[in-house]
Design a protein around this ligand. Structure first.
Ligand SMILES: CC(C)(COP(=O)(O)OP(=O)(O)OC[C@H]1O[C@@H](n2cnc3c(N)ncnc32)[C@H](O)[C@@H]1OP(=O)(O)O)[C@@H](O)C(=O)NCCC(=O)NCCS
Length: 197
């Protein structure tokens, strides 16, 4: 498979933002199922069911009520995801050139180009949360091009870049549902330091 990893150009702007948005959004179903498995949510669903049964004496009302709450949870998870996506699009991805491609700065953004299309992205820049460390960000590969080593090649490019700039520590933030990404990060030598809910 022939592909090229190259630095970001302004013409890549929409493709990069779309890859980020679709990569982020694909985890919404997993987060929703995780939410439904949480004991307090299950307790609340039982409570709603019991309350409706006491008030109406009707099984149908219980089913409709619980169904309504489950639907509301789905909409809430989707809303939270959209907020997360919009946050990324308003932060570093709003002005990618300015965020990553300033001449002389120790930050950069790369894309993978395959048959003329952008199919993957990664960026690296100084970490806001941890001064002195650099953060790997926006790693994403289009679904149909996964499992071919593109993400690994992108990360390698970013890590070689920071090594050339004498950066000693690279961090990244990921979520518990991004299990493919965990395998990727483990395979290139990252170690989990902190976990928070
Ligand atoms: C995570 C992601 C970038 C991986 O992209 P990819 O191009 O498929 O990854 P690669 O082919 O380079 O695989 C690299 C390593 O990741 C792991 N990996 C990738 N996909 C995997 C999968 N579906 N199952 C298990 N391990 C997987 C493997 O360890 C693999 O190394 P190996 O082939 O030597 O075993 C991709 O799944 C993605 O874009 N996900 C959506 C966006 C996202 O979650 N980004 C992470 C933000 S923190």
């Amino acid at each position: 498979m022939w592909y090229q990893i190259r630095e970001y150009r302004d013409a890549d702007y929409s493709a990069v933002r779309t890859i980020y948005t679709t990569g982020f959004r694909e985890h919404v179903g997993t987060v929703y199922l995780l939410a439904l498995k949480r004991p307090w949510i299950q307790g609340m669903l039982c409570g709603v069911c019991l309350l409706l049964h006491i008030l109406s004496g009707s099984i149908l009302t219980c089913i409709l009520g619980v169904g309504g709450v489950i639907l509301a949870i789905w909409m809430a998870v989707q809303y939270i995801f959209e907020q997360g996506i919009q946050l990324g699009l308003r932060e570093d991805l709003l002005d990618i050139r300015n965020s990553y491609m300033q001449p002389g700065s120790r930050s950069c953004f790369w894309v993978v180009e395959l048959k003329g299309s952008i199919v993957g992205t990664v960026g690296i820049l100084p970490c806001v949360e941890e001064p002195g460390a650099w953060e790997l960000k926006r790693i994403s590969v289009k679904q149909e091009f996964r499992g071919r080593g593109l993400a690994k090649a992108l990360c390698k490019t970013a890590l070689e870049f920071v090594a050339r700039h004498n950066v000693k520590r690279v961090v990244l933030f990921t979520s518990m549902v991004q299990t493919d990404a965990h395998n990727l990060y483990n395979s290139i030598g990252f170690e989990k330091e902190e976990e928070f809910v």
